[in-house]
Design a protein. Structure first.
Length: 247
């Protein structure tokens, strides 16, 4: 519980460990007006031995973090997968392609998804969504259908921390700007490999180039108002989906 973390030294203890290993900038100003280094100067460099919530630096629970960056021809700028707790760490299966979260959810609820499928939800990225909508409904429906350990799902949208299974979000470049995810067709074999950090569609470069040449970007979902302005200004999710890169 959060209270257990607090009693064990809390976030200051974690920050001090990161600072000691050169993973924080000590001179960054905090909301108090003091620097990170000044705020943490009296915090011990190692956690107390009488607690087991904050583990010592040299004895982590896992050898790597819970998130992995997957790359490949489907995500040349990268994509994000939560890797802890999944039972199937590699899947290769036929693409089931949907142009929106709603279309995918309808297919799942209609029983049209089979074990081994790799669902593709596109045009939900920073520009396409716009705003990287959270794909919680389709992933919840997958679990409800008993397919959580037997299908994959990739999207240029995002997921919540509660998502389970072989799911990959933040695929970049997104479909709306002509990322490869826009050219995936129904039945294309797709591999998601958590250990190799790979996200690949098994289609030749020549075929992808031909599909790209025949592709037309969709009309934006909003043509005026704040969402239209956001979609026009926002950058790739691989850059944080910020809106001020060109200012």
């Amino acid at each position: 519980m959060a209270t257990d973390l607090h009693r064990a030294g809390g976030i200051p203890q974690v920050m001090k460990m990161l600072l000691e290993h050169d993973l924080l900038h000590a001179d960054c100003i905090t909301i108090t007006g003091q620097t990170v280094g000044e705020l943490l100067k009296d915090i011990p460099a190692t956690p107390r031995p009488d607690q087991d919530v904050i583990r010592p630096w040299e004895n982590p629970m896992y050898s790597s973090g819970h998130l992995g960056i997957l790359k490949g021809n489907l995500a040349t700028e990268g994509s994000v997968a939560k890797l802890t707790g999944i039972k199937i760490r590699k899947i290769t299966g036929p693409a089931r392609v949907y142009e929106s979260e709603e279309d995918c959810l309808t297919a799942i609820l209609a029983g049209k998804i089979n074990p081994g499928d790799v669902l593709v939800i596109r045009y939900e990225g920073p520009k396409g969504g716009p705003g990287m909508r959270e794909m919680l409904a389709p992933t919840s429906a997958i679990i409800g259908a008993g397919l959580g350990d037997s299908v994959g799902l990739i999207t240029d949208g995002r997921f919540s921390g509660g998502t389970y299974g072989m799911v990959v979000g933040h695929v970049a470049p997104e479909a709306f700007v002509g990322g490869t995810i826009a050219f995936v067709q129904e039945g294309d074999p797709i591999t998601i490999d958590a250990d190799a950090r790979l996200l690949q569609v098994h289609v030749s470069d020549q075929e992808l180039a031909q599909r790209r040449a025949n592709w037309q970007p969709p009309q934006p979902r909003y043509t005026k108002g704040v969402l239209a302005k956001y979609a026009k200004l926002v950058s790739s999710s691989s850059l944080g989906a910020v809106t001020d890169l060109n200012l």
